[in-house]
Design a protein around this ligand. Structure first.
Ligand SMILES: *Cc1c(COP(=O)(O)O)cnc(C)c1O
Length: 386
């Protein structure tokens, strides 16, 4: 069908029509009574979704911009910091913190490995750090790390914990207050079902008290915190995106955060079950926590470039290739945000058709059947403690 397009990447993600409609409303002035109730509602709902009582600072920026706010506020030149990386985004934060002059201890895993809290404990035992920087869902590999355990280890060592929850917030359990996460960073265009353009940062009292000497202005936490407290934004916010995000957060809360997390667990299971039924090898872990994106190895003799291009050219479907050295090797099927099981079966059915045409020996229909079957079952036990 000409023009029909499907967006199946783990960010940006499809945006529900109610959110698009809210964004199409006439522009209101950000210092007027037309905007303040929207701003207030959005900031309140953000606290609920972040599971925090503290301030969630909202920036007109992508997720990387919000992350840079954490770096600009917390890193002073020469200070020791521990960055844990196991993929593209972790490596970005190692580069960024070093760029601000931090003395970076880089606990670096191979892409696809899962960070081990005991390794973090050992590194902090060897060398103190002001903060531990960790990615919750490493979108480049599909690995979701145990940030609860890592934050506990950091706290024991007297370090702050800064979490990149850009692709996990709203998809995987992230208990900001209960787990003692000092800074949680996210963005609008992943599980929060809103177009790209807003970055957010939940910040603890301890983090606010630990700000350093790096130059900053737009991203100065205190400036935004004070302004938000009066519902009088420090700078002109993207009022349309805030209106859209408010509606999207309302949809999440209406479904119920627990139900949303359950749905993502089942979507992840469905996706993995479908891939395995086709005889494909998973690159991401086969575990419930891996609920953001499923990374799959392209079969012997097939480049993932051809899978990505084939889905785009033949079916109008956009999926993600591998990043960095994994490009050509893995392809990634997203399942965060405004996704139901038919978004999973559409991807799997298309992959099955494409690979069969490329000569793979796959029994037709197995992927969709396995996915629907796996989606049926409610999650047995929740992986969180709160
Ligand atoms: C998407 C993503 C980012 C980057 O966000 P931008 O909005 O593109 O700046 C950072 N970390 C993770 C884990 C992501 O998935």
């Amino acid at each position: 069908m000409a023009g029909k397009k499907y967006l199946f990447t783990p960010g940006p993600t499809p945006v529900p029509p109610q959110v698009l409609a809210a964004q199409a409303a006439p522009i209101v002035h950000h210092r007027s009574p037309d905007f303040r109730p929207i701003y207030e509602s959005c900031l309140t709902r953000l606290r609920e979704v972040c599971r925090t009582e503290r301030d969630v600072l909202l920036y007109t920026a992508s997720g990387t911009g919000a992350f840079e706010s954490a770096v600009a506020n917390l890193v002073s030149p020469g200070e020791p910091h521990l960055v844990v990386s196991a993929g593209n985004f972790g490596e970005r934060w190692a580069t960024m913190t070093a760029g601000y002059g931090a003395d970076v201890d880089h606990l670096r895993y191979e892409w696809g490995e899962t960070p081990d809290p005991e390794d973090v404990r050992a590194r902090l035992g060897e060398r103190e750090a002001k903060a531990v920087w960790i990615v919750h869902s490493e979108t480049s590999t599909g690995v979701v790390s145990d940030i609860q355990a890592i934050a506990a280890v950091a706290k024991e060592a007297g370090a702050l914990t800064v979490v990149d929850a850009v692709s996990s917030l709203g998809a995987v359990r992230c208990e900001t207050d209960a787990w003692g996460l000092d800074v949680v960073v996210s963005g609008s265009q992943k599980a929060l079902m809103t177009p790209p353009g807003l970055g957010l940062c939940a910040v603890s009292e301890a983090a606010l008290a630990a700000t350093g000497t790096s130059p900053r202005f737009y991203f100065d936490w205190e400036r935004t915190r004070k302004a938000q407290a009066k519902l009088d934004a420090a700078f002109t916010p993207s009022v349309s995106l805030v209106a859209g995000l408010d509606v999207a957060l309302g949809l999440l809360l209406e479904e119920g955060l627990e139900a949303v997390l359950d749905r993502h667990i089942r979507l992840g299971r469905a996706c993995r079950a479908g891939a395995k039924a086709m005889g494909l090898e998973l690159f991401s872990p086969d575990e419930d926590r891996s609920a953001v994106v499923t990374a799959i190895r392209a079969p012997e003799g097939v480049s993932s470039d051809d899978v990505v291009k084939g889905l785009r050219d033949r079916f109008g479907m956009t999926i993600a290739n591998g990043q960095g050295s994994l490009k050509g090797t893995i392809f990634r099927l997203g399942h965060i945000g405004w996704f139901d099981v038919f978004d999973i079966t559409a991807q799997l059915g298309a992959v099955e058709l494409l690979l069969t045409d490329l000569g793979a020996d796959i029994e037709r229909g197995v992927a969709v059947t396995a996915a629907l079957e796996a989606y049926e079952h409610a999650p047995v036990a929740d992986t969180g403690t709160a």
